[in-house]
Design a protein around this ligand. Sequence first.
Ligand SMILES: *Cc1c(COP(=O)(O)O)cnc(C)c1O
Ligand SMILES: [Zn+2]
Length: 404
Amino acid sequence: MATFEYRCTDCGRTYSRDEVRYLCPACGPAYRPGIPLLGVLEAVFDYGAIASAFDRQRPDWNLFCPVEPEFHPPFPVGNTPLARVDRLGSELGLERLWVKNDGLNPSGSLKDRASFLVAAEAKRLGIDLIVAASTGNAASALAAVCASSGQQALIFVPQTAPKAKLVQMVLYGAKVVPVKGTYDDAFRLSLDYTAQRGGLNRNTAYHPLTIEGKKTAALEIWAQLGGTAPDAVLVSVGDGVILGGLHKGFVDLKRAGLIKRLPQLIGVQAESSDAIHRYVQTGHYSDALNPVTRADSISVTCPSNAHGARRAILESQGLTLTVTDEQILSAQAQLAARTGIFTEPAGAAALAGLIKVQDGPQRLAASARVVLLATGHGLKDVEAPLSRISIPPAIEPVLEAVPA
Ligand SMILES: *Cc1c(COP(=O)(O)O)cnc(C)c1O
Ligand SMILES: [Zn+2]
C-alpha cells in the first residue's frame, strides 16, 4: 500500500488518515440533510511511490488501495469481465464497444466494491457494526460482505425496494429496517443513527472510501484494455459516486503516469431523477423533486455526491443526459438480446444514454473506444422488464401443439 492523506474536495485542506472519518471538519458541518454533501474527502496517494513500485505487466492494485490487505474481508469482489460487444456496437455505429459487466459481482452489483473497502476500514478501526442507507444494492452488498467477515450490517432501505434486493439482505443476515419514505429519508435516518448510537456509517460519498472502492472499476478497465484508457465511459448516475469513483480511478492512473488523459465520462440519469444533469447544465444545484423511475438504483432527490459528479464531468470533458423509463427498458432488452448481458434498469440506463448520444450532435466517432458500465444484475428486478414483455402461454406436451 502506498501512503495517502485525505484532501477536502471543497477547501483543499489535508488531513492524515486517522484525523478524519467522514467529511472535512471545516466544510462538513455546513452540510445539513437536504443538500448535497459538503467537504467530501478524497484520498491522495504518494503517486511517486506508486509509479516506482508499479509493474505494468503484473499490476499490484494494493498500491492504489487505502486499506492494508490484512484487513480485507474474505470476499473477492470486482475483477468482472469486460466483454467486447460487436453485435451491439455495429447497431450504434461503434467499432470498438465493450460492456464491463459488474452485475457479476458476488451480490450482483458494483456496490460490492465500496462495501468491501468500508468493511475493511471498519475492521482496521475495530468497529463491528456498519450502518448504511441504500436504494437496495449498497445494502445487499454490505450485507453480503459482512456475512463473509462476521461483521454486523444495519440497513435502512425504502420499503419500496425491489423484492430480490430485500431478500438478499435478509438472507445474508443483515438487520434490515425498511423505511416508510424515500431513499433520502433513509439516508438522513442512518446519519442520525450513527451520530447518536454508533457504528461506522457506509453512506455513499459520506464515507470517503466508498469512492475509493468504486474507483477499482476504472483500474480494471485500464488493465483489461491492455494498459490504456478508453475514449469514453458511460455510466448511470444516482448519487454520482460511481461516476466520481470512475473519475478518481482514472485520475489516480494519470497521477501515477499510467495514462495521459482522462476518458470522457458520460453520466446518464433518469428523466425524473436529474439533479446532477441540471447542475452540470446550469451550474446551479436544485433537488429532483419527484424522482419516480423504474430504475430504482438511480432514484434520488438530492444526490450526495452532486458536487463531485459535476467536477468529474467537467474535468473529463464529458457530458450528462437524461433518458425516459421507456428508453431504459428498451435498452435493457436490446442489451440482453444482443450481448447476453442482463442488467437491471439502472444499469441499462447507460446504454439508453449511449443510444441517445449516437442519435445526436455529440455522437461518438466510429473508431472511439467506448465502455458501457453495466452496474447491476438483471435478476435483481424482474418485475421491471415484465411490464413490457409477455411470456408465451403453455402448450400441451405434444408435438402438434408446438408453434411452427
Ligand atoms: C448505485 C447504483 C447506480 C448509481 O450509482 P451512484 O453512485 O448512486 O450514482 C447505478 N446502477 C446500479 C445498479 C446501482 O446499484
Ligand atoms: Zn474542507
